[in-house]
Every structure is written in C-alpha cells, then in structure tokens.
Design a protein around this ligand. Structure first.
Ligand SMILES: [Fe+2]
Ligand SMILES: [Fe+2]
Length: 203
C-alpha cells in the first residue's frame, strides 16, 4: 500500500513537471533578439570604421557607442536564454556597409523597427508567458533603441547639413542595460537601471 502511495506521489510530481509550460514564444524571441543585437553591434562597428574613413569622427563615435550598447543587450538576452536552459545556435551576422549617410538611414530604420515593432511584441509575449527576466532585458533594449534612434536622426541631419562637428564627441554607456548618453547630458545614476555613473563605459 505504501508503495502504491509512493508511486502515485512520484507520478503526480512528474506530471506536474511535464505540464509546466515552457515559454516557447519568449525563447524564440530571445534568440531573435540575440541575433538582431549581435548583428547590430557588428554592423555599427563596421559603420564606425567607414565614418572614420570619411572623416566623420563624431558620427564614428556614435556608432562605436551604439555598438557597445547592442553588445550589452545581446549579452543580457543570452543570460536570460541560458537561464531558461536553452542555448543560442551559431550564426553569422550579415549586413552591408555603404556611405555613412546611407548607413545612418539603415541604422534609423533598424532602431525604429526594434523600438516600435519588435520589442513591443516581445514584451507582450514575455508578460503573457510571465518571464520577468526577459521582460526586463527587452525593456532595457527597447528604451535604449529609442535613444539611439534619436541620436542617429540628429547625426543624419548634421551630415546632410555639414554640421557634424556640432554632434556629441564623447558618449557614456551603462554596462548593465546599455543606456547610451551624450557625455554632456549624462546622469549620476542610469535612468533605466540605476547603475552608478562611475561604472559607465566612456566612448
Ligand atoms: Fe540600438
Ligand atoms: Fe543602465
């Protein structure tokens, strides 16, 4: 009789384990996010090199700062994915490098897609599937991409009017969430995650 009870008890636990739903959508979204952020990081590093070759040093700095921020987003998403017991597949970032004005437009388009379409949907899925860590990581990325979009728009306008020397020359990037600041407007604590400024990367 005791054995029967034990068997029933173990079966219940196994069944409960099996029925705990995996956050399938969020896992898929984390992988898409890692791919997007890793590609953006590599792409912006290449865009920075191109801007420097064109003598657009302030624009190069912006691409450097954004590249750093995207690598932080990729690392954050990866940590969440691995915490869910999943692994990212290998992939090769693919992108095209054109003239800096076109690269800036491509960057604006990418940031707009991420901040108005991709991350808002990822957030809906993460909240539905109740994956708090993914919600946090997606929120940090979304809020940063909105700022990048504004920086890139200002940079494109400056390049088109030959006033790129008026753009910020030094940026600071929060190592925890990727938040990106013009150094002239930096805050003592990150507005997104509260990390102290002394920990920021200076780019
Ligand atoms: Fe970005
Ligand atoms: Fe932060």
């Amino acid at each position: 009789m005791r054995k029967l009870f034990l068997f029933a008890f173990v079966s219940l636990i196994v069944l409960a384990g099996c029925s705990a739903p995996k956050p399938v959508k969020t896992i898929e979204n984390l992988k898409a996010g890692i791919k997007g952020e890793t590609t953006a990081s590599a792409k912006y590093a290449a865009f920075a090199e191109k801007a420097r070759a064109e003598g657009l040093d302030t624009v190069a700095k912006l691409f450097d700062a954004a590249s750093k921020a995207e690598s932080i987003h990729a690392a954050n998403h990866t940590k969440v994915l691995e915490g869910l017991g999943e692994k990212m597949e290998d992939f090769k970032p693919e992108f095209e490098v054109k003239m800096t004005a076109e690269n800036l437009q491509a960057a604006i388009d990418g940031e707009t897609y991420e901040s108005t379409t991709m991350y808002p949907q990822f957030l809906v899925d993460a909240k539905t599937e109740n994956v708090e860590k993914a919600t946090k990581s997606f929120t940090w990325a979304l809020d940063t991409e909105k700022k990048h979009q504004e920086f890139y728009k200002a940079a494109l306008a400056a390049v088109q009017s030959n006033t790129e020397n008026t753009l910020p020359f030094v940026y600071e990037v929060c190592p925890v969430c990727g938040n990106t600041y013009d150094q002239a407007k930096v805050e003592e604590k990150c507005a997104f995650c509260n990390t102290s400024r002394e920990k920021f990367f200076v780019i």
